[in-house]
Design a protein around this ligand. Structure first.
Ligand SMILES: *Cc1c(COP(=O)(O)O)cnc(C)c1O
Length: 416
């Protein structure tokens, strides 16, 4: 670990206070040109006593704007203190968790996984248009049918097709024969450039794609492609539990960008997704017209809160790498426990061993139980075949036990 460590509460507080001091202080400094200020003082008291021990809330009240991208070029000087916190956060994520080389990546804290995925698709579409003179109709996204719907959104907005690749019903693995057929057909109908999206934890199953299922055939046919990892769901879980055999990180030269959500498994406030990519790619989405922004705007969002960067930094530095591993390990053990109970009852389910999601075949779950425990169906209609359970921090064995007891009872009553 080059950047990630555990820090005490007072170290964290000092670090954030120092960063805020380096920002413009709207309470004291004469700052005339920005349409920005601290939060409305009538509503959000900046002298509330608890703020002095609460670095994230303190930052919310100071209200820094992190508009633009701060890993390359220059940035707004007014918020340089907390922009540095954002860079430190990205260093931990890109280098320590996802194997990038120091200073060899760009990125920013987006509003969520949807934005980070859109940013990736947008960047690659423009890359192909600029560097290969591609027409949007010659570009296609390749992603499995279990892929998050933000990819469909992106395809729609950017006017590029998504080739949805079927997965095996039981093990949720990419059907490679079907993929080959779909790719050959796409090539024969004029597709020349591909954006591959590999999942690290699909939303419904937690399944993890093997990039080789795509790349071996794409390479064999000498196709032009870029590969994005959607780790919105699994990014704070899978890398800590899995051995590296699928190489779903920047050590794999074929992978050029990654999405991670901090507001899912990391339990950061909503509005914190992370976008990371290799150097020399993000310039493809430079908006030249953004002239009033100091530096370059290379992001999909405009204004965005610096408090989100501070929130992610705080969580990571409160746990440190070992503390985070322990937290995730406990979630994995609870997931194991649930799977063991389901095995004993011969209930069929899907589970990726390095994830904390269990997706149960709906035939084993009576409707009223699914309802009572808020299990999420794959489809909100009669065709639904799966229900999922996500082993989050608040989902303890005690709660799972209630579900298991109910399931046992309902089976007895059917048997009688
Ligand atoms: C949740 C999710 C997204 C979208 O993230 P939002 O933060 O809701 O925008 C994208 N991909 C995957 C795999 C997800 O689970």
């Amino acid at each position: 670990m080059e950047f990630w460590k555990k820090r005490t509460a007072s170290e964290r507080l000092q670090h954030i206070e120092k960063a805020l001091q380096e920002n413009v202080n709207f309470s004291k400094d004469a700052s005339l040109g920005y349409p920005a200020s601290k939060l409305d003082g009538k509503v959000f008291y900046d002298d509330a006593p608890f703020l002095k021990d609460a670095p994230v809330l303190m930052t919310y009240v100071a209200n820094p704007n992190h508009i633009g991208c701060h890993t390359t070029g220059t940035s707004e000087k007014a918020f340089k203190g907390t922009q540095q916190i954002e860079r430190e956060t990205l260093d931990i994520l890109a280098v320590d968790i996802f194997g990038a080389k120091k200073n060899q990546f760009d990125g920013y804290i987006a509003s969520g996984g949807t934005e980070a995925n859109l940013q990736a698709l947008w960047m690659y579409r423009n890359y192909y248009m600029k560097n290969h003179n591609a027409k949007p109709s010659e570009i296609a996204i390749i992603a499995s049918e279990d892929t998050h719907y933000s990819i469909a959104k992106g395809a729609n907005i950017l006017l590029i097709d998504w080739l949805s690749i079927p997965v095996n019903f039981e093990n949720r693995k990419i059907e490679t024969d079907a993929f080959k057929k779909i790719l050959l057909n796409a090539l024969s109908t004029g597709k020349k450039y591909f954006i591959v999206v590999c999942n690290m934890g699909t939303t419904m199953f937690g399944s993890v794609d093997n990039p080789m299922d795509y790349t071996s055939f794409l390479d064999k046919l000498n196709c032009n492609y870029k590969m994005h990892i959607d780790a919105a769901y699994g990014g704070f879980v899978y890398p800590f539990l899995a051995k590296d055999e699928k190489l779903l990180n920047f050590k794999n030269q074929k992978i050029t960008s990654i999405t991670i959500d901090a507001h899912k498994m990391l339990q950061a406030p909503y509005g914190t997704g992370i976008f990371l990519c290799r150097k020399n790619l993000i310039e493809n989405v430079l908006t030249q017209e953004a002239e009033y922004v100091e530096g370059m705007d290379l992001t999909l969002s405009g204004s965005r809160s610096g408090a989100n960067a501070v929130a992610v930094w705080m969580i990571l530095n409160t746990y440190g790498p070992n503390g985070w591993f322990e937290k995730i390990k406990i979630l994995q053990m609870r997931t194991d426990w649930l799977c063991q109970q389901l095995n004993d009852m011969q209930i069929k389910y899907f589970r990726e061993p390095n994830m904390n999601i269990v997706t149960i075949k709906s035939e084993f779950i009576p409707d009223e139980i699914a309802h009572q425990f808020d299990l999420v169906p794959q489809k909100h209609n009669e065709e639904n075949e799966w229900y999922k359970i996500v082993l989050m921090e608040h989902v303890e064995v005690e709660h799972l036990n209630k579900l298991i007891t109910k399931l046992k009872k309902s089976r007895l009553s059917i048997a009688n």
